[in-house]
Design a protein around this ligand. Structure first.
Ligand code: ASP
Length: 368
């Protein structure tokens, strides 16, 4: 301090006035900075307290069920979990109150159109959560993955236990689904399934167990993230095109093409295959044994259907791995790119909205 005083004393008049003016400038700068920072800090605080908007679309399923009563309506289902509002501003829309085995392709189409309408009319919507039965959750997940036109999270959630069972998993799954729907890393990941604290991508997700809560697994990368008590974590990003980068547009579609699935079994009668092929359909998915290999009855039956010209996709009943070096069939067919029969059916439906050329359908299968 004495050193500083001494230094001050030896300054010339002009140096002193220079220093004073520098100090004045510094003070003015600090005041301006303060004026600029205060509103920014205030609005940052406001951002922290403003919760994101999430729409919950309810469709039914075990998550909306009690073992002793009819299915719970949408609003009641969501109101039974008041903790949801700790995370987001929740709005509810009841789409249906049915088990997912009763869903139809028409329902898928309506649901996709409803979701797209919600995103385009409400910019503030952070994400959409759909409560749904687990039996056909993989179908709706893949369909929406290819038809929703937004990068914002769309999360499917269900439960394996009814609301009145011991350790019902529905409420925690629903909270976790909302937490994923508002998580910024979920943006651009396509449609996700959240159950049992696991996040699984639509293309890979499949139901593996009739009863246990860890039923959903992912056939290629496994789960892509987890919902932990302290935060949502993602470990993978999805590479296949989906949502905004998908080429499918169902906005003006009134119905989806009809695609049936025919499953092979040892010793199948070729006439059964022929009769199946007489049905009116736009496309056919064949579920073969491993690697695209088929029984003789199926091979002969399919060859006799060739002249009908129904686009046919070959899938394998084995959930993991692609069909590589498929046998040389005596009929034309598209080879699925790891999509199992139920998802291949969806992709063929969507492909047929654009083309019936087999080479183009093959390109679509190789892409999605
Ligand atoms: N029955 C139910 C369904 O709607 C099964 C479930 O949700 O877990 O798919």
């Amino acid at each position: 301090m004495p050193g500083a005083t001494l230094q001050w004393l030896v300054l010339t008049q002009s140096e002193r006035s220079n220093q004073l003016s520098q100090q004045r400038t510094k003070m003015i700068n600090r005041t301006i900075l303060l004026f600029l920072l205060v509103p920014i800090l205030l609005s940052a605080q406001q951002i922290q307290v403003t919760k994101p908007d999430v729409l919950i679309l309810t469709t039914g399923g075990t998550i909306a069920s009690r073992t002793d009563a009819p299915l719970i309506a949408g609003l009641a289902l969501v109101q039974a979990v008041p903790q949801l509002t700790d995370h987001a501003n929740i709005s509810v829309e009841e789409f249906s109150v049915i088990g997912s085995s009763k869903m139809t392709p028409k329902d898928w189409l309506t649901l996709a159109q409803r979701i797209n309408a919600q995103f385009s009319k409400n910019d503030n919507l952070a994400g959409i959560v759909i409560t749904h039965g687990t039996d056909t959750m993989e179908e709706i997940a893949y369909f929406l993955n290819l038809t929703v036109k937004s990068d914002k999270p769309v999360v499917l959630v269900g439960s394996m236990r009814s609301a009145n069972e011991i350790s019902a998993d529905g409420p925690a799954n629903l909270i976790n689904a909302v937490r994923v729907a508002i998580n910024e890393q979920a943006v651009g990941q396509g449609v996700l399934v959240v159950l049992n604290e696991d996040i699984t991508a639509a293309r890979d997700v499949w139901k593996t167990d009739n009863r246990r809560v860890q039923t959903f697994q992912g056939s290629n990368v496994g789960h892509i993230g987890t919902v932990d008590p302290d935060g949502v974590r993602f470990y993978h990003r999805i590479l296949q095109p989906h949502t905004t980068s998908s080429e499918f547009d169902v906005s003006n579609l009134a119905a989806l093409p009809v695609v049936n699935i025919l499953s092979d079994f040892t010793g199948i009668d070729e006439n059964l295959v022929r009769n199946f092929g007489k049905q009116e359909m736009d496309g056919l998915v064949v579920r073969t044994f491993a690697g695209g290999r088929m029984s003789t009855g199926m091979l002969v039956g399919l060859a006799s259907l060739e002249q009908r010209g129904t686009p046919t996709v070959i899938t394998s009943r084995v959930p993991g791995g692609r069909i590589v070096s498929a046998p040389d069939y005596s009929f034309s067919a598209v080879i699925s790119n790891g999509q199992q029969d139920n998802k291949a059916r969806i992709l063929l439906m969507l492909a047929l909205t654009r083309t019936s050329e087999l080479s183009e359908i093959q390109r679509i299968f190789d892409t999605y």
